[in-house]
Design a protein around this ligand. Sequence first.
Ligand SMILES: NC(=O)c1ccc[n+]([C@@H]2O[C@H](COP(=O)([O-])OP(=O)(O)OC[C@H]3O[C@@H](n4cnc5c(N)ncnc54)[C@H](OP(=O)(O)O)[C@@H]3O)[C@@H](O)[C@H]2O)c1
Length: 309
Amino acid sequence: MRALLVDPAAPAGLRLGTAPDPEPAPHQALVRVAATSLNYGEVASLVPGAAPGTVLGWDAAGYVERAAADGSGPPVGTPVVTLGEAGGWAELRAVDTQFMGVVPEGADLGAISTIPVAGASALRALHRVGPLLGRRVLVTGATGGVGRYAVQLARRGGAYVAAATGDPGGRGEALRGLGAHAVVGDPAEVDVPLDGVVDLVGGRQLVTAYERLGAGGVLVSVGHSGGDDEHFPHGVLYGDQGRHDRAVVSFHLLGCGGLGRDLEWLAGEVAAGRLDAGEAWRGDWGDAGVAVEALRGRRLHGKAVLVVG
Ligand SMILES: NC(=O)c1ccc[n+]([C@@H]2O[C@H](COP(=O)([O-])OP(=O)(O)OC[C@H]3O[C@@H](n4cnc5c(N)ncnc54)[C@H](OP(=O)(O)O)[C@@H]3O)[C@@H](O)[C@H]2O)c1
């Protein structure tokens, strides 16, 4: 099969080449990939450190080519959205049926391919915040792949949504279009108290956002795009002035169970036009390097979709 292979000598560290077809385990289906999307984490952290010839890729959408031998998962020909630790950047992917959701017939598989890491992380992070109806939520790094889904889903859940971006003047309108009530350049500008934070940046933004939480508030630390350490100055963790029982919880998507059901629900929402896929770039997978460099350079805000084959 053809695949995007890690190659340190190639531009952006990736080239189209050939790799052996994957051999599915009994609980895995073989999927013919139609589209995949890139995530900041994999292009920034995984590509530079992976062995030459590795086939990476967390997200992929396509059609079941061979159903799982153990009878789990959908039959041959079903359009599906899939998540895995690797193997999405290829024509064929072996994928655990528990990390697969059925997609409505006729859906745009490019848009659907943006869902697995970005959409499911946003959904599960908001579950960790708790009930959203009538509550106040901040999303940091809101212009990125996860952030755009988080803003929309928090709004759909009935929350007042504040979105933080490094460029509120330039990107604020788009975030308001996704449902943000307020767009800020820094968590310090958000009206208090907050009930929940989905933090995608880390560092000082995480600490400042934590300080904005009211009693019982939860900050879900999903991402660390800023790459900076978190320092909690003396006093920030005091539970005084009624601000008790606040929490910071860490998050790892692939440690979550039952993701197939989430992927399926999200695919239905995107297919019906009730959720925006946050697509910022779409191109042939032979041009993956362009999108990879743009993501790494922070010039691309949202999802990059690669059309496969
Ligand atoms: N724990 C998990 O399971 C999990 C799952 C998914 C993602 N993640 C992590 O969550 C983070 C967000 O993922 P994503 O796919 O949404 O990334 P993304 O598309 O690159 O978005 C990140 C956003 O953060 C903002 N940002 C602020 N400071 C930044 C900096 N120094 N460098 C880069 N971006 C910065 C940018 O928005 P502005 O420029 O508008 O401020 C950017 O749009 C990543 O760190 C990723 O690794 C973790």
